[in-house]
Design a binder for this molecule. Structure first.
Ligand code: GDP
Length: 295
């Protein structure tokens, strides 16, 4: 890995300064460090390149050449741009429905079921919310059991209908159940597959059309790097989802997928998963992620 990027840029520009004035060429050199940091963080190559071009323009426009601490100014520009690129302020979720229906989508193993539980727990702890979890993976009985285990753990009711293989019907029955029993949030956990395929897309699209959720969230494993971008694009093409959940950020990924995904689908990252426990959920803050990516 690399040292703190801020120190590196400071050092690079200071040395250059000692040898006379800093030129555009020197700025370009330091931008190479920035690009390297982004690539190390698994940001898509094209996006890293576009990004450094934008930073270059800003840097030259903001008198980086004459400032006393050019490295620090460069880091500030880089950080501000990264934060902007990842969505600026943290984005909330729409809980305006009665009940508010939240549809979870994503590949198998991305962390959908775990995150459904985390979100239910997070909302339950807000006191005004009474969530209902819904098991809609009709192919894997083990997935239904897993959601029941999660529900028991956090004290949230789980709606399921083992044997029924129609996820649209299950979702609709769950929403009716929620209305009848005072649940104001319904979180629907759906079936994922190991890779994007048509059957999965048709199924989730049918559920989406039938229930018209307030929020459709796409869950993605941050460790999957470049694949995460392609998967995000495939799901967004079909669902036009509202937000992204980036899981497994407790691993050693620097989280470059956050930038790539945001750049490609232009949807906010709303929450992150930082562990297997039900409490390991955090609102996504672009500026914190920028710090992590810059190291
Ligand atoms: P699903 O198939 O999309 O429903 O995925 P699961 O919720 O079953 O998660 C797959 C695996 O990833 C499980 O072993 C989870 O415990 C684990 N997992 C989910 N979220 C996180 C996370 O944020 N961090 C870590 N370390 N593991 C996670």
């Amino acid at each position: 890995m690399f040292n703190n990027l801020s120190d590196k840029l400071d050092k690079a520009l200071h040395v250059l300064k000692g040898h006379g004035s800093i030129t555009e060429v020197n700025v370009a050199e330091t931008l190479k460090e920035v690009r390297r940091a982004l690539l190390d963080a698994d940001v898509n190559f094209k996006i890293a390149k576009q990004f450094t071009n934008t930073v270059k323009e800003k840097a030259l426009g903001q008198d980086v050449l004459t400032t006393l601490q050019p490295g620090q100014l460069m880091v500030k520009i880089v950080k501000d741009e990264l934060t902007q690129l990842m969505g600026g302020d943290a984005a909330g979720i729409n809980l305006s429905g009665t009940p508010s229906v939240i549809l979870m989508s994503g590949l198998q193993g991305s962390g959908k079921t775990t995150f459904s539980g985390k979100l239910a727990n997070y909302l339950k702890n807000k006191k005004t919310k009474k969530p209902l979890l819904v098991a809609c993976d009709v192919y894997r009985p083990a997935a239904i059991d897993q959601l029941h285990v999660v529900g028991e753990q956090i004290g949230v009711e789980v709606f399921s209908d083992k044997g029924n293989n129609d996820p649209v019907a299950i979702s609709q029955a769950a929403i009716a159940h929620a209305k009848a029993n005072g649940h104001n949030v319904v979180i629907i956990d759906t079936a994922g597959r190991l890779a994007v395929d048509e059957a999965m897309m048709t199924e989730i699209s049918n559920i989406h059309k039938a229930i018209q959720p307030q929020e459709t969230l796409f869950v993605v494993d941050s460790m999957t790097g470049q694949d995460a971008v392609n998967t995000a694009k495939a799901f967004n093409d079909v669902l036009n989802f509202d937000g992204v959940i980036l899981t497994k950020l407790d691993g050693d990924t620097r989280g470059g997928a956050a930038i790539s995904i945001k750049s490609v689908v232009n949807k906010p990252i709303k929450f992150i998963g930082t562990g297997e426990k039900m409490e390991a959920i955090d609102v996504f803050y672009p500026s914190r992620m920028a710090d992590r990516i810059l190291g």
